[in-house]
Ligand binder design. Structure first.
Ligand code: ZN
Length: 451
């Protein structure tokens, strides 16, 4: 069984039950699982590989709870640069209708490379559009290839424009086919065990693109298999108006009426979740994927994160799709969560350490995992090391290295270990040939937008 010793970190952030931060510490890993955590003097001295982390902060791998990775193909599209959610979607749906299996595979690899280099070791992805033979299998294959821990969410759209929905009819699917394919994916790929590298979630896209029946049947199906439920909810004011006009309910009431609350559910955004909704989510343990950059980009608003945390709502962070947050930097997202909370709720609304906690433990809880988000014996060996040198950290790292990680310009990781495997070595991704992937990615992006 291979062993790996990470040692001598300037600061080790454990996120364990005591939230210990240890100077001159590290982690001893055996066969993909953490065996020991602590000061170097408390760790074994030998391992198959030993990595010296002098000058680094070592943290648990960050967890991304909401994304649409295929959207890296449609970043910064001029016609969608300055629109709010519904117009932004209407501009992009026809372009996304040109996706292919290869486009899914290559864009997922690209998005995962970006995430991994920014400190993320576990990500969910919400793929809800399947034109031209595209399948969620293509995204899962990319996760396996690059070595990222993955919650693959089988999204779907079934209510097109002709039935009062937002997407064009050409990109929606038949509800029976959606449920059949979702069942197939769970049975083929979902691993319920601790340390799983692939899990599957059931994820109709949003109240304005699927029917009540599909929401209900998705919940029933997910619970029969013990997998999680995910969708978008209460993203902006138009989303609220749609819910009131079409369903006669607030988004939280609508979710509750369909069985979409509970410890096995997480909703993206919830920018406009009202007080009763926050209380409901807190009581029921319903999770929220907070996506601050996307909410700013689309001018959706400021999510009431401090109120959610006070009510006991599980909150994690999401970079959201690459076309509504064109910079999917996971540590950067934590920084933006901290800054946006202060704009909305005052300077003490979120500390640097609370932001880091949302990005680690918070995300793990939202994805229903007790094996990631902290560095402790028995946890999965997902850890990242940021090197705090150079002008961006000058002055900061000497005062409070952990806070500097959030307050200063977000760096890329120098080391990333996922499931005990070194996936980033001295700043370079080891598992894929990134320049080749990026060249193909941009050729596909050009072709998709040229038609
Ligand atoms: Zn989204």
């Amino acid at each position: 069984m291979p062993t790996l010793l990470l040692k001598n970190a300037q600061t080790l952030v454990t996120m364990d039950a005591q939230r210990r931060e240890i100077a001159g510490g590290g982690v001893f890993i055996r066969d993909g699982v953490i065996e020991a955590v602590g000061a170097d003097t408390d760790l074994p001295t030998q391992a198959d590989e030993v990595i010296d982390l002098a000058g680094h902060v070592l943290t648990p791998g960050l967890v991304n709870t909401h994304h649409h990775m295929y959207q890296s193909l449609t970043r910064a599209i001029p016609a969608a640069q300055d629109a709010e959610l519904f117009d932004w979607l209407k501009t992009l749906y026809p372009i996304w209708a040109r996706l292919t299996p290869e486009a899914i595979r290559v864009s997922t690899l690209t998005a995962m490379a970006e995430l991994i280099l920014s400190g993320c070791t576990t990500s969910s992805d919400h793929l809800y559009i399947y034109p031209n033979g595209s399948r969620l299998d293509d995204a899962i294959a990319s996760a396996v290839e690059i070595g990222m821990r993955f919650t693959a969410s089988r999204g779907s759209m079934s209510v097109g424009e002709s039935k009062g929905g937002l997407p064009p009819d050409s990109v929606v699917e038949d509800e029976g086919a959606i449920l059949t394919d979702t069942r197939r994916l769970i049975e083929t790929y979902h691993d319920a065990r601790r340390h799983a590298m692939v899990q599957v979630a059931v994820a109709p896209c949003s109240p304005f693109s699927v029917s009540r029946e599909l929401m209900r049947e998705s919940a029933t199906l997910a619970r029969a298999y013990g997998v999680r439920l995910h969708t978008h909810l209460a993203e902006n004011d138009k989303d609220i108006s749609y819910s009131r006009e079409v369903f006669g309910m607030t988004p939280a009431e609508y979710a509750e009426s369909l069985g979409w609350t509970g410890h096995d559910v997480w909703h993206a955004h919830c920018v406009k979740l009202d007080e009763p909704g926050i209380a409901l989510f807190g009581r029921s343990g319903t999770g929220v994927a907070h996506c601050p950059c996307s909410n700013m980009r689309l001018a959706s608003g400021i999510a009431p994160i401090p109120a959610m945390r006070a009510a006991g709502v599980p909150v994690g962070l999401g970079v959201d799709g690459s076309a509504s947050n064109d910079g999917a930097h996971m540590l950067g997202e934590a920084r933006q969560a901290m800054l946006l909370a202060r704009v909305g709720h005052g300077p003490a609304a979120m500390s640097a350490r609370q932001a880091l906690e949302l990005a680690t433990l918070g995300g793990a809880r939202v994805l229903g995992r007790d094996d990631i988000g902290a560095l402790a014996p028995g946890m999965s060996a997902d850890c990242v090391a940021f090197k705090l040198t150079g002008p961006g950290f000058a002055g900061g790292a000497v005062h409070d290295a952990v806070a500097a990680l959030l307050f200063c310009t977000p760096p890329q990781v120098n080391w990333s270990v996922i499931n005990g495997r070194v996936v980033v070595r001295e700043g370079a991704l080891t598992s894929i040939d990134l320049p080749v992937v990026l060249e193909r990615h941009d050729a596909i992006a050009r072709a998709m937008c040229a038609g």
